[in-house]
Design a protein around this ligand. Sequence first.
Ligand code: GLC
Length: 771
Amino acid sequence: MSMPASGTLRVTLLSLHGLIRARDCELGRDADTGGQVKYVLELAEELSRREEVESVELVTRQIFDERVGPDYAQVEEIINPKAKIVRVPFGPKRYLRKEGLWPYLETFIDQMLGHYRRVGLPDLIHGHYADAGYAGAQLARLLHVPYVFTGHSLGRVKRQRLIAASQESKAPKPPRELDKKFKFTVREEAEEFALETASMVITSTGQEVEEQYAVYDHYQPDRMEVIPPGVDLDQFYPVDESEPLPRIHDLLTPFLKDSEKPMVVAMARPDERKNIEMLVRVFGENPKFREMANLVLVLGSRDDLREMPSGQRRVLTNVLHLIDVYDLYGHVAYPKAHRPSDVPELYRLTARRKGIFVNPALTEPFGLTLLEAAASGVPIVATNDGGPRDIIANCQNGLLIDPLSAEDIDHALMRCLTEPEQWQTWSENGIEGSRTHYSWANHVDRYLRDVTEIIEQSATPALAQSMGRTTRRLPEFDRIIMTDLDNTLTGDDEALADFVDLLNTAGRDVGFGIDTGRSLDEAMSLITKLNLPRPDVLSAAVGTELYYGEGLTPDLSWRKQIKHHWQPKLVHEVLDSIPGLFLQTEKDQTEFKISYRIDPEDSPSVAQIRKMLRSAGLRVKVVLSLGSFLDIIPLRGGSELSLRHLAYRWGFEPERLLVAGDCGNDEGMLKGGTLGVVVGNYSPELEKLRRLPRIYFAEGNHARGIMEGIEYYDFLNHIRIPNDKIEHEPGKHRTSEKAGEESNEHQDDEPAGDTNDDRNQRQSSEAAAAS
Ligand code: GLC
């Protein structure tokens, strides 16, 4: 496909967690509403300024929660005529911290498919962070739209750091506990998936590429682009000394004996890793500092220090103790609260007072605040790590320090305060360098150049043609029962006969579909042998082939897209000789499926097998079923995608598809917005689905279980979804303080204990009470 002519590029940015709004963005309100939120808003805005861009949609989660306010429930918020925020509901209505979103991402994907059916496909999807990274990758694969990923921070790196920190602490936590809290395993898999799918990965620094992305299996340096984000130059600009003193000045003066002295400013969340205590110590130890300067600590906003999350409270209390120990009263200001609009004013005030901005954090992968200070004309002193290193190399506007060396910090601060000419040069260099190297305009120049190339190389989206037309349907049906064959439909002859009767008496608007691991021939011979009705839809060979109707017409658009990256020879080369893996018979091998029997006693684990394939440069899916069948299929295959392709192509709402299965190769289609039924005789691979909405675990086995599910959803009449609502009404059984604490404290937010069983039980008793 060639690059859209001027003014036709449509971009979707996905950023799912935190609180995103265009007006009065609440940066720093909680740990999930920070740098990334700012980044995506500014990117959206700059993209929309470009002539070649037709529209930008910044898609995030729709939240109905009185604790965060009604703005986040608005379906659309216009940023400007070409850019808007689109809020899509998924999962519980209430605000969830990012670790709580994982079980609902498939629902999000289904919502987005509906959205794209309504508004048309974008030319580019760009996912931010692991959660949207995963969802965006899945959408991109399905819709065949080029994909860009930005990790922002990476799970594996954070996991390693936390494990190291925990081992050094007095009470080391077992790694498993950390995983439970931070969901590293799902997060890292999501990141791998996003990296595997992306045509380009955008990072902010070179160090991120070398030290962070490099620990991933899908690290592909040639697909990574270092494009640093920009500073918002409309907000961060040099001071005009003729202006009156800003509001922030009045917030600082009550603390200070002489507010005209140069200011040494640090601004960070009160987090141990920000190393603020060290700075106070350095300032306190050397009496010259208090003679020459004031220390200004902007450490977030607080209501009542005693009610803050324990980590933050600890840092703040230590800072207050140090101020007392060194008797810094009159020399240090630590305002209790500030508004976002105070921040640029603070930098300009610092420049006016010939001050310095200090960031002594233990690690600093990027450091947007440093750039904002630079753009405002404030010299910087910062940790010698990836972000600051790049910034100072580009701008020549300050000094790097070792955050663990008090002496180093002392020296650097002293130089800034005692060498006025140097100060002036650094100040000017920062103003200029930030504009040359870190403007959003530059960022977007490079962004559009790279994206243009990617789009030019991509084929036309497989489904682009069916977009925007009137809804087409598989003839006659308005809903489909889609079931796996072996062990789900089969296994109990009597139940199967009853199921067939049920189908025959169901209205003509109910379609019948089969999704199976078998090849087309094998599936049809079983269907004939069992005397089943001919399926209206057949998804064969583990979601790699799709057929419709009487004549089993193949879906050509599906066939076309599934080939992507498929290298069967290489798969054989890597796996055929692995111990514990035995190729299945010839008739089980299909064009897009290579199948083994696996003996887990002798074979490497499935995770290891995945790794081996990845290291050989293969991009495939590995599916385990019944603990003993191992299928290797193309990246764009699998029941989750084949079923969604079907739904998207023919315009079925996901709730019009009832899907039933028993084992691993059914997992994909069971997740998300479809109405899932897991039959009683399911295999352990599906146990994990219990956490998800819209999955009914039937008591009955085989076809009996399917019928139970049909009844559960009243699928043949007025479809209802008793297991859809899993959220607690906000405020009902949480006090507001508790809720606030929850979003800060990173508690486990999954509906733990609220298993399907509980839900099913509760709902059936509700239903009983209602009838
Ligand atoms: C069916 C297929 C087999 C596959 C298994 C799991 O049994 O015949 O090849 O491995 O399903 O998907």
